[in-house]
Design a binder for this molecule. Structure first.
Ligand code: ADP
Ligand code: IPE
Length: 258
């Protein structure tokens, strides 16, 4: 199984609420349609999830009427984005089957506690591409909380231990520091899980922590999965190469490669 995170930065323009990157979505669909691998797609919230999560202060316990309004708005927005992703895939003959994340998982204090991962696996085995996404989910402690696509990816990696993971984003891979802010930032082609904490992932306003949140989740993949690729969806052919086992960006493995 190959687990693919289509990052919110890859498929939407986070600076403009409810905007999508149509070309990137077409690339995703075209390159998936050319592969026979069993895959699961997990997409992020991007411009559909994050602006609402910030506006309605989706942090900690959901107690105010305003926050409750935000829960419903995010629930609707994420279903819309998921439909857009599915429609692009379906047009290329990929057989997507979207699952509303909040209907197959629960959380406690922002951490996933139950997840019908068997359903996801069975759908993949039936010749479909299951699609899940970062979402607002029912939370035992907080009433509702935002679960990131990166956390969902980690859970999937725990359940499907022989899988590989591909993170598609809007930069070529993991850099020594944020390439959008630091002109000296260096692309790291190969690294081990143990080296990943040395990366300067900066901070963002995203409630799920941006690249820092992703790096923190990836750190926990160790022991469950042998290889992760981080690459750009904007560079055509990168996903295809990653699906074939190549490294179009950053490869993270357990031991240094020779
Ligand atoms: P996505 O939404 O695609 O899952 P994020 O938006 O959370 O991903 O993170 C991607 C962004 O992280 C990039 O646009 C980049 O500017 C920023 N970033 C910060 N630090 C780094 C780093 N060390 N390497 C690569 N990208 C970084
Ligand atoms: C966030 O998921 C989900 C919501 C805000 C509802 P992610 O944290 O995985 O989204 P991206 O990839 O950073 O956009």
């Amino acid at each position: 199984m190959i687990l693919i995170k289509a990052g919110g930065s890859a498929i939407t323009d986070k600076r403009t609420p409810f905007s999508i990157k149509r070309e990137a979505l077409c690339t995703l669909a075209e390159e998936l349609s050319g592969s026979r691998e069993e895959v699961v797609i997990c997409h992020g919230g991007g411009s559909f999830g994050h602006p609402l999560a910030l506006k309605y202060n989706m942090v900690g316990p959901i107690v105010t009427k305003d926050q409750m309004l935000g829960v419903s708005k995010i629930n609707i927005a994420m279903r819309k984005l998921s439909n857009i992703v599915s429609e692009h895939l379906e047009r290329e003959g990929c057989r997507p089957f979207a699952l509303q994340s909040s209907a197959i998982m629960r959380a406690d204090g922002g951490k996933i506690t139950s997840f019908d991962h068997e359903l996801v696996r069975d759908i993949a085995r039936s010749g479909f591409i299951p699609i899940v996404y970062g979402d607002v989910v029912y939370d035992t402690k907080y009433s509702f909380s935002i679960v990131s696509g990166d956390q969902i990816m980690r859970k999937l990696a725990e359940y499907y231990t022989n899988s590989r993971a591909i993170f598609l984003t809007d930069v070529d891979g993991l850099y020594s520091s944020d390439p959008k802010k630091d002109r000296e930032a260096r692309l790291i082609k190969e690294m081990t899980f143990d080296q990943i904490s040395s990366i300067d992932a900066g901070t963002t306003g995203d409630v799920t922590g941006g690249m820092k949140g992703k790096v923190d989740e990836i750190l926990q993949f160790k022991g469950h999965i042998s290889e992760i690729i981080v690459t750009s969806l904007e560079r055509k052919g990168s996903l295809t190469l990653a699906l074939k086992g190549g490294n179009p960006g950053t490869r993270i493995t357990r031991a240094p490669s020779r």
